[in-house]
Design a protein around this ligand. Structure first.
Ligand code: TRP
Length: 470
């Protein structure tokens, strides 16, 4: 009786931790604005196809490699093949790149908790938009909020994830979910909401090109926390009794559910208020306040809860990113946990200060023609995560013995996985090929060719030089 309860408890703990990593700014901030920029429904459809045929399979692969090796990213991959150590190194680099901009947006969410009580919702729609623009380009203020967000990460990762964050997440993640449903209902009942629904549900392929596919693939990996070994690390803590496939399906389902819900909460309102869907990264910070403003006095209360929940969702994701770097330093480099966390935090702070300032004070970089914020974003999710996912698939399909995989996934034959052969075929052949094709067509169509080539050059250098990593 007691044993059963323990299993149950650890099971929920793992699903929550993995879902906590997956569900974050990627779902509520990034998914809606990418959908807006990439023409709506067609983007969503392509994204869903990638999630189902690539995302779930790569997640199963990451869980399997992690649990089978019992090691975090770099060590796990190295334990199968020295030649592929660079895939682990790419993962560590991706974690730095993502943490070069993620805390900036996390800081915006924190700032908006305060904005919610200082009269944001009594402004006109235009005023709400101007407030956001002035805030993120303002220099000092967003930097301070970013540093507060990053400091929270440092505190949590230094102490270990168990304590406060897990408890906060258990309350606030369901709260966020319920709030999104509530906002969706309000949004759907606004005058002119139908147009927004059509935008996300009536496929229009007229604007789809290679760049759309690349954006959808990058978003699938980013949102599911795949392609850099975060899920390998989580899998390494997983009990041998857990059903890997079931866990992957649950985590993916939750993640996609939250993203779609965020879309349904926002697009009807965007069209009802006559806003531009392709306005970029500011979308959630402008539309959601407009919906709250329209509710009158109670809106401020919803605003506070929403932005607290958003900040916590961001935090449960960013700690998993920081943990990838920290666990590498601890496991492979014998660094003490505290030192690893502080050192990593300082580097990430410098990167994120540059990213935040690139939205106002600094202009675009020469050659790349994008700012630091965009540089980190494009490099991580359009280059490193996709190629990382591709190499993780290659290691799983070509290096690891098929029977080892079968035994690990089926818990020594005690749980069934009827689709094992199909999964293995996808991992071995289809996914590496599909990612390569998307990457090639993406490079052709994307405007930021210099950034893409720069990223690929780094991967090539890592592949050549990282064999000596340990
Ligand atoms: N999935 C998170 C989000 O959507 C971000 C994230 C956390 C992530 N860990 C990751 C992305 C590992 C890629 C890899 O907000």
């Amino acid at each position: 009786m007691e044993k059963q309860r323990e299993n149950w408890g650890s099971r929920i703990g793992f699903v929550l931790a993995a879902a906590g990593s997956a569900v974050g700014l990627g779902n509520i901030w990034r998914f809606p604005y990418l959908t807006g920029e990439n023409g709506g429904s067609a983007f969503i459809l392509i994204y869903l196809v990638f999630v189902i045929f690539i995302g779930i399979s790569v997640m199963i692969a990451e869980f399997t490699l992690g649990r089978n090796s019992g090691l975090a990213t770099v060590g796990a991959i190295k334990s199968y093949s020295d030649r592929f150590t660079f895939v682990g190194a790419m993962g560590v680099l991706s974690a730095f790149l993502i943490m070069g901009f993620y805390p900036v947006v996390g800081g915006w969410a924190l700032a908006y908790i305060l904005e919610s009580v200082t009269g944001l919702y009594s402004l006109t729609p235009d005023g709400i938009g101007d407030t956001f623009g002035a805030f993120i380009t303002g220099g000092v203020q967003p930097v301070v909020w970013m540093l507060i967000f990053l400091a929270m990460n440092v505190l949590i990762v230094a102490k270990g994830i168990k304590g406060g964050i897990e408890k906060a997440a258990k309350v606030l993640m369901p709260t966020l979910f319920i709030l999104l449903i509530f906002i969706a209902i309000r949004s759907l009942t606004l005058d002119g909401a139908g147009e927004g629904l059509a935008f996300i549900f009536r496929p229009d392929f007229s604007e789809v090109d290679g760049g759309t596919f690349l954006a959808a693939l990058g978003q699938a990996f980013f949102s599911l926390s795949l392609g850099m070994g975060a899920m390998i690390t989580y899998g390494s803590y997983l009990s041998k009794k857990e059903n890997l496939v079931e866990n992957a399906v649950i985590v993916t389902g939750l993640d996609v559910g939250v993203a779609l819900l965020a879309g349904i909460a926002m697009f009807p309102a965007i069209f009802a208020f006559g806003m531009e869907p392709a306005q970029g990264p500011g979308l959630v910070f402008v539309v959601i306040p407009m919906v709250f403003a329209e509710m009158g006095g109670i809106g401020a209360l919803f605003g506070i809860i929403f932005f607290i929940a958003l900040a916590v969702a961001a935090l449960t994701s960013s700690v998993s990113l920081m943990e990838v770097v920290v666990s590498y330093l601890i496991d492979q480099r014998d660094v003490q946990r505290k030192k690893a966390v502080y050192g990593t935090g300082v580097v990430m702070a410098i990167m994120a200060v540059l990213a935040s300032l690139s939205l106002g004070v600094f202009g675009p970089l020469p050659v790349f023609n994008v700012g630091v914020f965009d540089l980190f974003d494009i490099l991580s999710d359009k280059v490193f995560l996709g190629l990382g996912g591709m190499f993780i698939a290659i290691v799983t399909g070509w290096v690891v013995d098929k029977e080892v995989l079968r035994k690990e996934i089926t818990n020594d034959g005690t749980v069934g996985f009827a689709l094992f052969e199909a999964w293995h075929f996808l991992i071995k052949w289809i996914i590496p090929l599909a990612v390569a094709v998307v990457a090639i067509f993406g490079i052709i169509d994307i405007e930021e060719t210099a950034v893409m080539l720069f990223g690929i050059a780094i991967v090539a250098l890592l592949a050549v030089f990282s064999r000596k990593l340990h």
